[in-house]
Write a protein that binds this ligand. Sequence first.
Ligand code: AR6
Length: 190
Amino acid sequence: MPEDQLNVGASVIELRQGDITTVSADAIVNAANSSLLGGGGVDGAIHRAGGPAILEDCRRIVARIGRLPAGQAVITTGGRLPARHVIHTVGPVWQGGGSREAETLASCYAGSMELARQHGLAHVVFPSISTGIYGYPVEKAAPVALAAVRDFLVRHGAPARVGFMLYDPHTYQAYASALRALAAASGGIR
Ligand code: AR6
């Protein structure tokens, strides 16, 4: 088994390093904020690359539901992105670990995958939610992210392909090491 992927039933979790705005998938996930109106980091990059259609969809969603709470997810068009859709989720701001940050982070991944499943999307790609501007230490976030994705796949058997597009080598290494630990702990679930 290559060290950058883990098979879970008929599905696969894959790690790659690079820019998520270049990814062709059914959906990429955005690390947004509760306003859904854009920001810095991967959020800024996605809105810049995808163009105004994404923000128009976001405004319609805000008009309907108001601010999006941390741990929840919504779906829009991918606009001009190679990805067909963007799933926007709001990660927790790191506050030292005692404010249910791990539960909220896991809920971002599970909620995004549930939306993908409801829309029949087979290939979804995540960034490393909360580990940039929101300050979640990546060595702590990576095992939470991967376990949340693995648990969802065990429970639901879909989507078929779940990727992580990790921006820098340090983040990639943190996820690679967490994936090895998860594979070892689960006896390489296949
Ligand atoms: N492709 C993949 N990953 C990226 C890209 C990219 N193009 N650009 C940055 N990253 P962050 P957060 C990585 O700060 O911590 C925004 O202002 C980045 O290196 O984007 O959840 C929102 O509006 C890091 O590894 O998201 C919120 O206000 C990861 O993406 C706030 O930031 C997440 O970093 C959310 O903060």
